[in-house]
Design a protein around this ligand. Sequence first.
Ligand SMILES: CC(C)(COP(=O)(O)OP(=O)(O)OC[C@H]1O[C@@H](n2cnc3c(N)ncnc32)[C@H](O)[C@@H]1OP(=O)(O)O)[C@@H](O)C(=O)NCCC(=O)NCCS
Length: 106
Amino acid sequence: MARTIKIKQGFIEFAKRRKGAIELINIQVSEKRKGYGTILLRRLEETIGKNKTIYLFNRKENEGGRLFYESNGYQVIALIPKFYTDNFNPEWGERSGDAYLIIKHL
Ligand SMILES: CC(C)(COP(=O)(O)OP(=O)(O)OC[C@H]1O[C@@H](n2cnc3c(N)ncnc32)[C@H](O)[C@@H]1OP(=O)(O)O)[C@@H](O)C(=O)NCCC(=O)NCCS
């Protein structure tokens, strides 16, 4: 079951299973790069607890997302080809559908 941590500037959705899985994180456009995403990650990591692994998938083209996770101690461990099937979006154009598997051991 997905859980959500909300703050005024955004939210993070995750599942707390044997491993923690981040499903979605989003910060309001006007509030980006002010540290709120990092605050949400820290709160999530406290909820998941020590000696656990958190994982997530990040669209290959989402470089900002990847850099955000890497700056918070997360590591890319694999590239999964054609992970997403919604490869076309009118706003973005064509995308590969490839995703990085990113993890952090707590
Ligand atoms: C990715 C996201 C959650 C980051 O949240 P944020 O509150 O802007 O991030 P923070 O301010 O905590 O950033 C911490 C650090 O991460 C890195 N970072 C964050 N966004 C970045 C970007 N777009 N490009 C490069 N580095 C970035 C930087 O090192 C940043 O530190 P700095 O601002 O001092 O340089 C936010 O941009 C967002 O909601 N994006 C849209 C949804 C999305 O892509 N989600 C991730 C995949 S599900």
